[in-house]
Design a protein around this ligand. Structure first.
Ligand SMILES: *Cc1c(COP(=O)(O)O)cnc(C)c1O
Length: 384
């Protein structure tokens, strides 16, 4: 390392707040950039945003404000509760509720100007019944199942509703959607099969804008874009595909603080279960973040295993033993002392540790990394 680059990253992104123990930095500028990138890829289709689960754990209020300013006008959430929260934030947005219409909730959808994604013949009939009752054709989407067998109208559902006279005068069909099961694998045969099935099924409906692609579906190309795309994870810096490097910017950075540095001898063990026996004299940094902050216990490293690797500036600091609720121990034997002082910040997610890499290491997916980050770390929103 040459002189200028070899400077410790102290103080961390917290500046001088001495009492902070972990900091989650959410880069709203990167979020906006990812939205623009996705919109470019999908053009001329409209680019909506999926902000369910508190914008994948990053904060729906902050994310929605930035997305609206960046030009996003259509949003998807999972539940009606999320939709009502979003309505207070974005009075003019089109808001779709993916989990659909539960019995007795049509009036709430109407009151908050929300659009159900109708997932069964039953839901279509209930919405039509409500629209008849209030004498207004209210907007809704229908979701056609094309092979996922999760939510969505089955072939039998479709037969049932297309036989209902005047149905499409009763409701305002504003979108026809389906969802891809295997888009994270661009070579999977099911992608084209679902697309073909979508075309057959949607031809049985009145003309309405169509939507098939989530983040991974956008990367499958033009044939999958239809009139509107629905990215979620790519907005938040996740890599939607199984293969290759993410083309999207990372949005989330998690830093934990070194609470204590200790030296241990060869043959000693580290952490719960004594799963890691030291095979050399080792300098250990104890860092204030654990599974309650989204560092999965599956990122532990017992003897002969690799787990999470944190970074002190450019220097890797591999985890030793188990992740505990509030703490991890990392090996800083090879890290220059200037970088690993008490109070120094350790990068746990960020430029050196992507959500994708962490997910792969833990045997999960980027989505679960993001939605598991928890609420304990002090949150910083930058770049808005
Ligand atoms: C969550 C969800 C999306 C967004 O998916 P990403 O893979 O995060 O882009 C799109 N459509 C539906 C139906 C969803 O449930």
């Amino acid at each position: 390392m040459s002189g200028a680059a070899a400077r410790p990253q102290n103080p961390g992104p917290a500046g001088n707040d001495t009492h902070q123990t972990a900091i989650l930095t959410i880069d709203l500028g990167a979020l906006a950039q990812n939205y623009r990138d996705l919109r470019e890829r999908a053009r001329p289709a409209e680019c909506a945003a999926v902000v369910k689960a508190d914008a994948y754990g990053l904060g729906m209020a902050q994310a929605a404000a930035v997305l609206w300013r960046t030009g996003c006008r259509t949003y998807f959430v999972a539940t009606i509760g999320e939709a009502i929260d979003l309505r207070t934030l974005l009075p003019e947005a089109k808001i779709y509720v993916l989990n659909g219409l539960m019995a007795g909730t049509a009036a709430a959808f109407h009151a908050y100007n929300l659009r159900p994604v109708l997932n069964s013949a039953r839901e279509v009939r209930e919405w039509a019944g409500y629209c008849t009752h209030v004498r207004e054709a209210l907007p809704c989407a229908v979701h056609l199942d094309t092979g996922m067998n999760r939510l969505g109208l089955s072939a039998a559902d479709i037969d049932e509703i297309i036989s209902i006279a005047d149905l499409w005068q009763t409701v305002a069909l504003s979108l026809v959607v389906s969802h891809l099961a295997c888009a994270d694998d661009c070579a999977h045969a099911k992608n084209a099969q679902q697309r073909a099935r979508f075309d057959v099924l949607r031809a049985m409906f009145p003309d309405a804008p169509a939507s098939l692609a989530n983040s991974a579906g956008i990367l499958l190309g033009r044939d999958y874009h239809y009139d509107l795309v629905r990215p979620g994870v790519a907005l938040y810096g996740g890599h939607p595909q199984r293969q290759g490097e993410s083309p999207f910017r990372s949005v989330v950075h998690l830093m934990g603080r070194i609470l204590q540095i200790r030296d241990a001898e060869i043959g000693e063990t580290v952490g719960y279960g004594a799963t890691r026996t030291l095979d050399r004299p080792t300098r250990i940094a104890v860092v204030s973040a654990g599974y309650a902050d989204g560092l999965f216990r599956a990122l532990s490293a017992g003897d002969g295993e690799t787990g999470l690797t944190g970074y002190l500036g450019p220097y890797p600091a591999p985890i030793l033993g188990r992740v505990s609720m509030d703490l991890i121990s990392v090996d800083v034997t090879d890290v220059p002392e200037a970088f690993c002082q008490r109070g120094a910040w350790v990068e746990l997610l960020g430029p050196n540790v992507s959500a994708h890499a962490m997910a792969a290491q833990a045997g999960t997916i980027d989505y679960e990394v993001l939605t598991s980050l928890g609420n304990r770390a002090s949150r910083r929103y930058i770049g808005s």
